[in-house]
Design a protein around this ligand. Structure first.
Ligand code: PHE
Length: 352
């Protein structure tokens, strides 16, 4: 039978060297820890000490004969305990330093506070409210309708049949063949007249949608519609009302011009222009040298519309107009790109 030799004791010099290292370990680790300033660094140093000399000592134990084992074991335990105690002490010291620093921090309670910036209404909301308020002073009531509208209210009842070319200018998003995102606030005229008998005097603000996208046209924008139906309403009433409005909104000197136009739901129809507020009508870049700025469409309610809602075109007349709110805001505040309103950039929005 092969005889297994007892494990050889580590050579005396190796053993002495190991014991010397273990012996010196507490002082070494203490010196190292004193220079470390974070918990992570301390834990790291502790792990390195345990992995190095102490792991070496543990390996040596396994091979050493009995008495030597005890010597190494004792030195090992002492070193290990010392490393752990030193690390724990350093961690405690670091925690105390952090607390002291926190307590030493001076707070100047007399400094003024940092006030949170209050939010405010979007510029389009402000302008819409200003416009509506002016018409409310004149006795108009607010009427509203949904942004998802029937084809009937948005087109048919306004005398725009399915194949009418006027639909091209107001191409929109179709939800189904008979339901659309409304292209103007004019369907609120229809809703209002279907709901009540004359006289009618309403202002209808709201969002509308079209297949447009350029610096002066956005896929979504806002209009205010005006509708007045009564006995003997004339174009003079329309003109007087709009003149009052632009002067209240833009300033007393503003002039108005009605340019013949066509809308299927008004007859006669007119485009409404106001004298250019930037050059006073002399002609500039913003009015394209014409002296005039277009602000909306208008006209006398077409008898076909009255028939569609069951009003008697022989008994009543009426006027209607539609103004672009973004356009008003652009003119009043000198904004040259409609898309800025909807990009949500607070650097732009907080100016108003
Ligand atoms: N609805 C028309 C448009 O959006 C404007 C308008 C309203 C014209 C009322 C006449 C009367 O273009």
């Amino acid at each position: 039978m092969a005889r297994t030799d007892p494990p050889a004791a580590p050579p005396a010099t190796d053993l002495d060297a190991l014991l010397a290292v273990l012996d010196a370990l507490p002082a070494r680790i203490q010196a190292e820890l004193a220079g470390l300033g974070t918990e992570a660094a301390v834990r790291d140093a502790q792990a390195r000490a345990l992995k190095g000399p102490i792991a070496e000592g543990q390996a040596a134990i396994r091979q050493a004969p009995g008495p030597t084992r005890r010597t190494i074991g004792a030195a090992l335990n002492k070193a290990k305990t010392a490393v752990e105690a030193a690390a724990a002490a350093r961690l405690q010291a670091l925690a105390r330093e952090a607390l002291d620093a926190e307590l030493r921090r001076q707070i100047d309670v007399s400094l003024p506070g940092r006030a949170p910036r209050p939010g405010h209404l979007h510029i389009i909301t402000q302008v819409r409210r200003d416009i509506v308020d002016i018409f409310r002073e004149l006795g108009f009531e607010i009427a509203e309708g949904p942004q998802v509208e029937t084809d009937f209210n948005n087109f048919e009842a306004l005398n725009i049949p399915k194949d009418h070319p006027a639909r091209d200018m107001q191409d929109t998003f179709y939800v189904t063949d008979d339901v659309v995102l409304r292209t103007h606030t004019s369907p609120v005229q229809i809703r209002t007249m279907l709901r009540q008998q004359p006289p009618v005097k309403v202002i209808c603000p709201g969002q509308v949608y079209r297949r447009d996208d350029d610096p002066t046209h956005s896929r979504m924008f806002s209009q205010v519609e005006g509708l007045l139906v009564d006995r003997d309403v004339s174009m003079a009433d329309l003109k007087g009302t709009l003149l009052h409005f632009v002067r209240r909104f833009f300033g007393p000197g503003v002039k108005l011009r009605f340019r013949p136009s066509f809308f299927p739901f008004t007859e006669p129809s007119a485009e409404v222009d106001m004298s250019c507020i930037f050059c006073g009508g002399k002609g500039c870049r913003l009015c394209k040298q014409s002296g005039w700025l277009e602000i909306g469409g208008s006209g006398m309610v077409d008898p076909e519309v009255f028939k569609a809602v069951g009003y008697d075109p022989e008994a009543v007349t009426g006027y209607a107009f539609g103004l672009g709110i973004e356009r008003m805001a652009m003119l009043r505040h000198g904004v040259n790109d409609i898309r800025l309103y909807y990009e949500g950039d607070v650097r732009f929005l907080r100016q108003f």
